[in-house]
Design a protein around this ligand. Structure first.
Ligand code: APR
Ligand code: PHB
Length: 399
């Protein structure tokens, strides 16, 4: 067995783990990342691409903002489409000048990986049988297998950044953790294609045939989604069927401007709201998808991961520089306060925009009527639009 030592051992090299590692490194805190997959596999996952200002600031602070600032697209608004018309939500004007950035999560991951490699920091990819030990003592450790050998990393702390299916949350006894979960009765079918966007802004569409979203990665690459059934298989969805379904869910002008082309990626994702409480178990700290999932409608997944990492990195830095555990002890409470607000917003956007099956006791589609009333109210009320806008651009942090 080979034994090594570090200050913080990080499980998972997704955006949470990589960003935490980078912020700790810049503060002089030693860390090792242990990831079960290969770097190429991590980079092959297509995820969302809307970055809140606060998340942009954190990436800049971590020294990985350069490419995002050069290549990302600043968005000052979004469009809501319903009843055959699009309505502009002026995020910038309604929030005193805040904006969001369109820049793919894959690109952020790549930037973080490159920064980690050029700093010469240790990342173990393709680690098997990752296990965590003694996380509720002052001598936690992590073990893994690789090429027939067993390795142990001893650390002061373990950061569980290993996503929804990771080992960290699963290692905590059921009695110590409470899960809150809702699985929505539909999925999102997404495609990536090299065609110009329909509009300068993202279009979120509520339509009797189901939700649709026209997003983008650049001025030449789009990411589009349509609400689909959870029983649908990818084979059911030819590119032609996708494009014609998307077209049918847009207003006539947007439909006329829809550029079609071959998909370069196509996937179906379920929608879920999930939170595990608490997020600290002794010297084990969960961050990102390991502790919570949002349905993608509010574009909050990556932003929430960054928000956890911001709180957690500051708490680790306080621990090492001021010899104070207070920030770490308060991490879970602080993080969850912001998480539940983003969970609420993501649930709200999901509820507002999707077709739901009729509920028990419904005569006619009450849900669809409520959505129409809400949308009509929203686009005619500055107060309601401001509420949507301030949540969309990201709520402030508790310092
Ligand atoms: N051991 C080591 N690594 C693991 C293990 C394990 N047992 N289980 C999972 N992992 C790795 C996964 O392979 C993955 O690379 O942990 C990483 C977790 O990354 P993400 O799932 O991307 O989660 P996170 O870094 O928190 O990023 C959150 O990604 O899923 C989106 O919507 C989400 O945008 C949000 C962001
Ligand atoms: C995306 O570009 O993938 C995207 C954008 C906005 C969302 C969800 C996903 O709300």
């Amino acid at each position: 067995m080979t034994i090594s030592r570090t200050q913080v051992v990080i499980v998972g090299a997704g955006p949470s783990g990589l960003l935490l590692g980078q912020l700790l490194h810049r503060a002089g805190i030693a860390n090792v990342i242990v990831e079960q997959r290969s770097g190429d596999y991590v980079l092959s996952r297509i995820r969302a691409g809307i970055i809140e200002q606060i998340c942009q600031d954190l990436l800049i602070e971590a020294g990985v903002g350069e490419r995002m600032l050069a290549e990302g697209l600043v968005h000052k608004g979004i469009e809501l489409c319903f009843a055959g018309q699009r309505h502009h939500i002026d995020l910038h004007g309604l929030t005193g000048g805040k904006t969001v950035m369109v820049y793919g999560q894959t690109e952020i991951t790549r930037d973080l990986m490159d920064a980690r490699a050029s700093a010469g920091l240790r990342t173990v990819y393709e680690a098997d049988k990752v296990a965590i030990h003694d996380y509720d003592t002052s001598t936690p450790s992590l073990s893994y297998h690789q090429h027939g050998k067993v390795y142990t990393v001893k650390a002061d702390f373990i950061a569980g950044c290993d996503g929804f299916h990771g080992v960290c949350r699963a290692s905590v006894p059921a009695a110590a953790i409470q899960n809150f979960e809702r699985v929505y009765p539909f999925g999102w079918l997404g495609i990536l294609a090299d065609v110009p966007p329909v509009s300068d802004e993202l279009i979120y569409s509520n339509h009797p045939r189901g939700f649709a979203l026209c997003s983008m990665r650049s001025k030449t690459r789009v990411r589009h989604y349509v609400q689909c059934s959870l029983d649908d298989k990818l084979e059911d969805w030819s590119d032609d069927r996708f494009w014609s379904e998307l077209k049918s869910r847009l207003d006539p002008q947007a439909a006329a401007r829809l550029h079609t082309g071959p998909s370069i990626e196509k996937s179906i994702a379920p929608l879920r709201s999930f939170v595990a409480e608490p997020m600290r178990f002794g010297n084990l700290f969960l961050a990102g998808d390991a502790a919570h999932i949002v349905p993608p409608t509010g574009a909050k997944g990556l932003n929430l991961a960054a928000s956890d990492v911001r709180y957690l990195s500051r708490a680790f830095i306080e621990n090492y520089t001021e010899k104070s555990y207070a920030g770490l002890a308060d991490y879970s409470r602080k993080a969850l306060r912001r998480i539940w607000k983003a969970e609420r917003f993501s649930w709200y956007m999901t509820s507002l925009l999707h077709r739901f099956p009729l509920g028990p006791g419904d005569t006619g589609n009450v849900g669809a009527k409520m959505q129409q009333a809400e949308l009509d109210y929203l686009v005619n009320s500055k107060a309601a639009m401001t509420s949507l806008a301030e949540n969309y651009v990201g709520l402030p942090f508790e310092e």
